[in-house]
Design a protein around this ligand. Structure first.
Ligand SMILES: [Zn+2]
Length: 190
């Protein structure tokens, strides 16, 4: 992808001159964004759905947090992200019993530790976790993925948006649930 370069006049189309190195007159980035969203998608929810975001689908906050994390790490091919839904099923299949075991033992574990167990680089762990989170959302299961936490913050994913109190509730729900009654949804039937 070609990186955008400022041209000296506002990219919203107003024709105003911009400060050196700026694409927009202050605030006009939102004008441009709104114009594109409205004319090409209709509304912000339509825009989200078009790109696979929404309730029970991709979580915008989680995606942004993960994006910021990965932007800080070494560059990697962006195509992998697009294929994630099918690409990471095998990893999700390995991850599921690890999470269930944590739930049974009423424990959390770090991305690093869980990544090592399932042999997924910890920065990529969010991808199979996302599949599991989606599965839990769709099947109204407790959010099993809250048990995987950042080693520094002890919080699940950088994208966890809730309060600590909410986290406690989510965790308790995961611990209380009888996961032995649920078969690994990512295991291919043999
Ligand atoms: Zn403008």
């Amino acid at each position: 992808m070609v990186k955008a370069q400022p041209t000296g006049s506002c990219w919203c189309g107003c024709g105003a001159e911009t400060a050196r190195g700026s694409f927009f007159v202050p605030g006009h980035d939102r004008v441009a964004e709104t114009a594109v969203v409205q004319t090409r998608y209709g509304s912000v929810p339509d825009f989200l759905l078009h790109h696979g975001f929404g309730p029970g689908k991709l979580n915008p906050k989680d995606e942004l947090a993960a994006h910021r994390l990965s932007a800080r790490s070494v560059a990697r091919p962006p195509s992998r992200r697009v294929e994630s839904a099918t690409d990471w099923r095998e990893e999700a299949a390995r991850l599921w019993p690890v999470l269930v075991d944590l739930a049974r033992r009423k424990r959390s574990a770090t991305y690093k530790d869980v990544g090592a167990i399932v042999e997924v680089f910890h920065r990529n762990l969010r991808l199979p976790l996302e599949l599991i989170q989606q599965h839990c959302a769709v099947h109204r299961l407790p959010r099993l993925t809250v048990l995987v936490v950042n080693g520094d913050t002890q919080l699940p994913g950088a994208g966890f948006a809730g309060s600590l109190e909410e986290l406690d509730q989510l965790r308790s729900a995961v611990f209380a649930f009888d996961w032995s009654a649920v078969t690994n949804p990512f295991e291919e039937p043999t």
